[in-house]
Design a protein around this ligand. Structure first.
Ligand code: DC
Length: 224
């Protein structure tokens, strides 16, 4: 058994998972891995190459051509898709609209989970996503399940997206989140659900610092 620490953070879209995961990793000098970015990069590749999601052969062939890498710089997500930095483009609405459908495909999940498990094999890591505490790292030492009021979540994401998507409305963001929540929780493959041993963190009324304190209190006792 390896003795590295894995912190799994799951929850709904735009709940502040990545903000907390980054802050926690930075504070503890752990690796930060954004599993959602991987699904987004796959979705981007599928969009660019007109991959038909219903066509199993096309999906499998495309997956074989996708090489993803994280470049850890200042605890932000820098992800490359076949050596091209796509960190900004994967946040655009055209990717957000498609990613849930891509993340629901069995073959896509098998490949992503395999890569994620490899990352957490020997290093201390904080990974955020939807199935990290249930499927990717069921034995993670710390599991958090994050949630927040949907209106607050939409407002937060709207503020984040506005500088690069000036034409977008708050209603569109709210709809997109509602759609993704529905798709993520009802899909057949690894639906978003709380692991039995995950601790719920509702951050509707919590500042980022308060959330960080909460998580640090859980992880620090495990560090020797
Ligand atoms: O966290 P995010 O919004 O960047 O995630 C993008 C999409 O990928 C979202 O629709 C859910 C999906 N996802 C997933 O199915 N499993 C994960 N571990 C992470 C993300």
């Amino acid at each position: 058994m390896s003795s590295n620490i894995v912190v799994a953070i799951d929850g709904y879209s735009s709940c502040g998972k990545s903000t907390l995961a980054k802050a926690l990793a930075k504070k503890l000098h752990f690796i930060y891995a954004d599993s959602g970015a991987m699904y987004r990069a796959v979705a981007l590749y599928f969009i660019r190459n007109n991959v038909d999601l219903q066509n199993h052969k096309q999906v499998v062939e495309a997956l074989d051509k996708i090489h993803l890498n994280f470049h850890s710089r200042d605890y932000q997500t820098h992800i490359t898709l076949n050596d091209e930095d796509v960190s900004d483009e994967i946040r655009q609405m055209h990717v957000a609209d498609k990613v849930s459908a891509v993340a629901a495909i069995h073959e896509v999940r098998v490949e992503m989970v395999r890569q994620q498990q490899r990352m957490g094999k020997s290093k201390d890591i904080v990974m955020d996503g939807r199935d990290i505490g249930t499927v990717v790292f069921p034995h993670a030492q710390v599991k958090l399940f994050m949630t927040a009021d949907p209106k607050i979540r939409a407002e937060r994401r709207y503020k984040e997206l506005l500088p690069t998507n000036p034409a977008m409305t708050l209603e569109e963001v709210f709809e997109n989140l509602a759609h993704r929540d529905y798709a993520d929780t009802t899909r057949k493959e690894s639906p978003l659900t709380r692991a039995d041993d995950a601790i719920i963190l509702d951050n509707t009324d919590l500042t980022p610092d308060e959330q960080l304190e909460f998580a640090l209190d859980l992880v620090k006792p495990l560090i020797h």
